[in-house]
Design a protein around this ligand. Structure first.
Ligand SMILES: C[S@@+](CC[C@H](N)C(=O)[O-])C[C@H]1O[C@@H](n2cnc3c(N)ncnc32)[C@H](O)[C@@H]1O
Length: 156
């Protein structure tokens, strides 16, 4: 483990992300990268919005990489099968998926909470397309989308 790593407990439904980070030594005057993967689906829309607002209030150039689960009509057959299999297990473990979104929903949430344009990237487009030419059964599915947005107008 690198010596500079800190673990900071945060409940996105109740806590201020920025305050928790700052109290633990985070410097809000410097741009940072927020990798927020596989979390939004477990949160209420309000908690996602509140967290986006906190991140968009940080230093210009701060970058957010997050993902979100697609609503059923936007998933492909494999994406729907995954949800049908996993959702009951997640509920059984007390971690239901609370928020599923369209790219338009996510762009609207980002805009409402201080971000400009966002870039949405489907799973099949997240890596070099040639790497999907495989002999095994691993293939991209339409289930979740990665979104990228930057504080202060550096969006693509
Ligand atoms: C599927 S894991 C993803 C973990 C990690 N981000 C990754 O990509 O490996 C989902 C994470 O969401 C966190 N989570 C769910 N609800 C949360 C909440 N209200 N506040 C903070 N974290 C939460 C869980 O603790 C868990 O670590």
């Amino acid at each position: 483990m690198p010596s500079g790593v800190s673990f900071v407990p945060v409940d996105f439904e109740a806590d201020s992300l920025a305050m928790c980070l700052i109290q633990s030594g985070f410097d809000p005057s410097r741009a940072a990268l927020f990798s927020w993967l596989a979390v939004t689906m477990y949160l209420t829309r309000a908690a996602i919005g509140q967290t986006l607002a906190e991140i968009s209030g940080l230093a210009a150039g701060t970058e957010l990489i997050a993902d979100y689960m697609l609503l059923a009509p936007l998933r492909d057959a494999d994406g729907n099968t995954f949800v049908e299999l996993i959702m009951p297990v997640a509920v059984e473990h007390g971690e239901p998926w609370l928020t599923l979104l369209t790219p338009q929903d996510m762009s609207a949430l980002l805009a409402e909470h201080g971000f400009g344009q966002a870039e949405h990237v489907r799973q099949r487009d997240q890596i070099n397309p040639e790497l999907w030419n495989r002999s095994d059964s691993l293939h991209p599915i339409d289930l979740s989308v990665v979104v990228r947005a930057t504080v202060g107008g550096h969006d693509r």
